[in-house]
Design a protein around this ligand. Sequence first.
Ligand SMILES: [Cu+2]
Length: 130
Amino acid sequence: MNSVLLVNLGGFALIATIIWWFWLSSPKAVRAQQSVIEIRVANGVYTPSRIVAQVGSPITVRFFREDPSPCAEKVIFDELGVTADLSIQQPIDVTITPAEAGEYTFTCQMQMYRGTLLVKDYGADGQVKA
Ligand SMILES: [Cu+2]
């Protein structure tokens, strides 16, 4: 009775291991897939001030503006033609689908706040091309 139970448990453990191995485990280290990045706007700096996106994949940058000064009220991705008004203490989402690899600056309207959006081209194999 007990040995039958143990054999069954062993069988279940084996099956669970096989399922985990083939379906649930990651075959290799994969670049973190993060489609929403949160940025704090306070004391004259974006935190983080450097973010990474992938060519062709939409990225949502969620700005939390803590700075009440008018300086912080806009965020401008100049080269991408994207501008947003930031509300105080309220998350504002800016969604961008970068078409080309490169470094794009985002700033407040007076360019005192400065950040960089780094867009990389990951090929189908997951390797960075640019
Ligand atoms: Cu400003």
